[in-house]
Structure formats: C-alpha cells, structure tokens
Design a binder for this molecule. Structure first.
Ligand code: FAS
Ligand code: PHB
Length: 390
C-alpha cells in the first residue's frame, strides 16, 4: 500500500489530522490497534479551548459540538468553605471554553472519516515504523496472519503515551522529562443533573475535587486519591460521601448523586519528550507529552500539535515549503511547555501533597490569595485556561 502520510493512532489527535489533511487533498491512512467501540469507551477530557473547537469545525466535525456542547465563560474555585468565580470572559478579553466530551468529539471525527471515506484501519497489530531517516519511510502492521507494508512520505506518531512511535526514536536522540505526582484522580460519570452550571475546582484539606459535566443530564466528578487506592475500594456511596466532604456546604447540599456509569482512577504525571520530530517521523499529542488533567490541557495541547502539523504539511504538499515541518518540533514544544507549566501550577496550588512542608502549604494559601487579589494573576490564569494562541 502507498500513501502520503501514515498516521499511527486513531484517537482524537490522529483522527483530527487525518480529516484535516484529507480535506486538503493530502492522502493518509490511520492505523489503530483497537476497534472503534473500544476507542469510544474511554472517558477522558471535557473542556475544549476555542482553538480546538475551531479546528473541529474546519475538519467539518463541529456541528454536533456546536449543537450539544456548552460555552462556559467562567468556573469556580472552592476553598475555605466558599466559592470564588474565575470570570474567564472578562479576564481573557472576551474568550470562553467549550464543554464537550472527548468521547463525543472522537465519535464525530470517526463519522467525519466515514463521510469522506477516509482510511482508518482498526485492529492493526504490531505496528512498526521503519527507515525514519530515509526519504522513503514505511510502516508495517499485522492484520490477523497477514503482514502489510505502507510506503509513505511521512509518519505521524499519534499513538498516545504507551504507543510505539516515541519508542522508535533512538535513546541517544530522545530526551524525556517527567514528574510523577503522589496521587491520582478517581473519576465518576453519572446520569445526574450537574451540581453547578460551571465547573468547580475544589481545594480542601482532605484533597482536591472537581465537579464537571458532559451535558445537563450527565455529570463528571473527580476526587484526589492516594496512588495506592484501587477502584474496587471505592463504592459509589463512599465516593459521594467523600466528594461532599470536600465541597462547600452550599454545594454539597444540592449535589444529586446516582449510580456511576463509569468509574476509574487516572495517575497524574507531567511528561515531555524532545524532539517531536526524528527524520520523517512526527510525534503529536500524548505520544509526546502528558499533563495532569487539572488544567484541562491534555487534549488541547494535542490540538496545537495537530494545528502546526496540518499547516506544515499543507505548505509542503501545496507549495513545496518545508519550513513548517522543519520548525514543527520547536513550535509544538514551545507551546507544550507552557501547558506543562500551567498544569503543574494549578495542580500544585489545588492538591494536598502528603509530604509537603508547612512552608509549602503556606505557599499554596498565598498563591490562592494572590490570585484573588491580583488582576494580573487572574488574567494569567484566564489566558492559559481559554488557550494561549497557536
Ligand atoms: P490517545 O491516547 O487518546 O490515542 C492514542 C490512540 O493510539 C489510541 O486509540 C490507542 O489505541 C492507539 N495506539 C496506541 N498504541 C498503538 C500502536 N502501537 N499502534 C496503533 N495504535 C496505537 N485531558 C484533558 O484535557 N482533560 C481530562 O480530563 C483528561 N483526562 C484523562 C484521563 C485519562 C485516563 C487519560 C489517559 C488521559 C486524559 N486526558 C485528559 C488526556 C487525554 O484527553 C489526551 O490528551 C488525549 O487522549 C490525547 O489524544 P491522543 O494524542 O489522540 O492520544
Ligand atoms: C472533565 O470534565 O473531565 C474535566 C474538566 C476539566 C478538567 C479536567 C477534567 O480540568
């Protein structure tokens, strides 16, 4: 088989790039190791920057997001028994975020691929990129007993943190930066009315909590738990009791509880791999970087990678201009590190750290009081949360 761009990974990064390139007449094939149903069972991000939402519309996959998603102009921070609102609209020069689940947008992207008769190959096993430094790289994979080869011009590794692409860059070239947090997030999805029209990030001595939503009848909640916890230890009732203890009374009293339809624990890490290009392999999304979900930057940083790569490939194929590809790693990393900083800062300010010095806890208190006393601090938070420019 032959194509122009072979994309490894059929998550949001791979599908979004595939759809955008197709619309510009750039041939591509997506290789996904799971089946579509499995990919669509994963419950992940919920908040989209305007830039990501605009990319989805450009990919002709934004119609349901615009119909069912919710524009949010602010969110709350709960602390010391009270709620304080962050007015994103006021402090970011009139911008907002779109609340629309990653599962739904991934479904929209799959349907977009189907509409354009895009090539997404599921259950692709043993995917392996080859000859990355040559002008004629190729990818092999196995479908059942058959080994298939795809010759291409470029390979995009959009295969997430546990994918094969990053591991294909020689250890003598790749540099990895990592910070592991001493806790995880226990997340619950429930068919209940959300407790608040806008998100609530709660800082509490018992640990962080987050009240989010997918729609007015589907709520998403998280509580910080020790890394040693397992999902089996947490009954739905125990979860609701603990969540209420971390919220101000005015919120916990109106919390509508219900059966969890999804319950999982995600560890928190900060991770960046450099460079994001090796020969004709380009890393994008979680294959290159991971953030703690506190700042809702994970999927959105994948979005800026895709934006840069899409425009770079259009320049290359339509005008023979390789400058975007040559600068891709530098540009994508510059923005990814800003997302790393913001996610680390918000995580550090809002979570409890078991080994923290009392001095560190005072710094957390001060960070929060400075935020609510400074227009500059509020503007900084707002511009990062709505999304820095691509
Ligand atoms: P993905 O991991 O989504 O997709 C990679 C795809 O590649 C997968 O479908 C995988 O099956 C496939 N693949 C892997 N190896 C392969 C191989 N060898 N061959 C072929 N295919 C292969 N972000 C937020 O902004 N907010 C959140 O609340 C949030 N919560 C999260 C919770 C969890 C548990 C996780 C893991 C992530 C969360 N994230 C969150 C981040 C998440 O949304 C990612 O940023 C987003 O999924 C990135 O998308 P992709 O880069 O496409 O990677
Ligand atoms: C979510 O709705 O899953 C969500 C929202 C905001 C975050 C993290 C997760 O910061």
């Amino acid at each position: 088989m032959k194509t122009q761009v072979c994309i490894i990974g059929g998550g949001p990064s791979g599908l979004l790039l595939s759809q955008l390139l197709h619309l510009k007449g750039i041939e591509n094939i997506v290789l996904e190791r799971q089946n579509r149903e499995y990919v669509l069972t994963r419950i992940r991000a919920g908040v989209l920057e305007q830039g990501f939402a605009e990319l989805l519309r450009e990919a002709q996959c934004g119609e349901r997001m615009d119909r069912e998603g919710e524009l949010h102009h602010g969110f709350y921070i709960a602390h010391d028994g009270r709620l304080d609102r962050i007015d994103l609209h006021q402090h970011s020069g009139g911008r907002s975020v779109m609340v629309y689940g990653q599962t739904e947008l991934t479904r929209d992207l799959y349907e977009g691929r189907d509409r354009l008769k895009g090539q997404v190959i599921h259950n692709a096993e043993d995917v392996q990129p080859h000859d990355l430094k040559s002008a004629h790289p190729y990818v092999t994979y196995r479908l059942g007993d058959e080994v298939v080869r795809i010759d291409c011009d470029y390979i995009v590794g959009a295969d997430g943190f546990h994918g094969v692409s990053r591991r294909s860059i020689p250890k003598t070239v790749l540099k990895e930066f990592e910070k592991i947090y001493p806790f995880g997030w226990l997340g619950v999805l429930s068919r209940t009315k959300p407790v608040s029209p806008e998100l609530i990030y709660a800082r509490h001595a018992r640990g962080f909590a987050l009240c989010s939503l997918r729609s007015q009848v589907l709520s998403r909640y998280y509580i910080q738990v020790p890394l040693s916890d397992s999902v089996e230890q947490w009954s739905d009732d125990d979860f609701w009791v603990e969540l209420k203890r971390r919220l101000p009374d005015e919120v916990s009293q109106r919390l509508v509880t219900g059966a969890s339809i999804e319950k999982s624990i995600a560890p928190l890490r900060s991770f960046v791999a450099e460079p994001m290009r090796y020969g004709n392999l380009f890393l994008a999304g979680d294959a290159a970087h991971i953030v703690p979900p506190t700042g809702a930057r994970g999927l959105n940083t994948a979005g800026s990678d895709i934006y840069y790569l899409y425009h770079a490939m259009v320049a290359q194929y339509h005008r023979g201009d390789s400058s975007g590809l040559d600068l891709y790693s530098q540009k994508a990393l510059a923005r990814a590190w800003k997302a790393q900083r913001f996610s680390w800062w918000l995580t550090t300010m809002l979570h409890t750290f078991p080994e923290a010095l009392e001095y560190d806890q005072r710094l957390q208190d001060t960070d929060l009081s400075y935020l609510f006393s400074s227009e500059a601090a509020m503007r900084s938070l707002a511009e990062n949360y709505v999304g820095l420019p691509f």
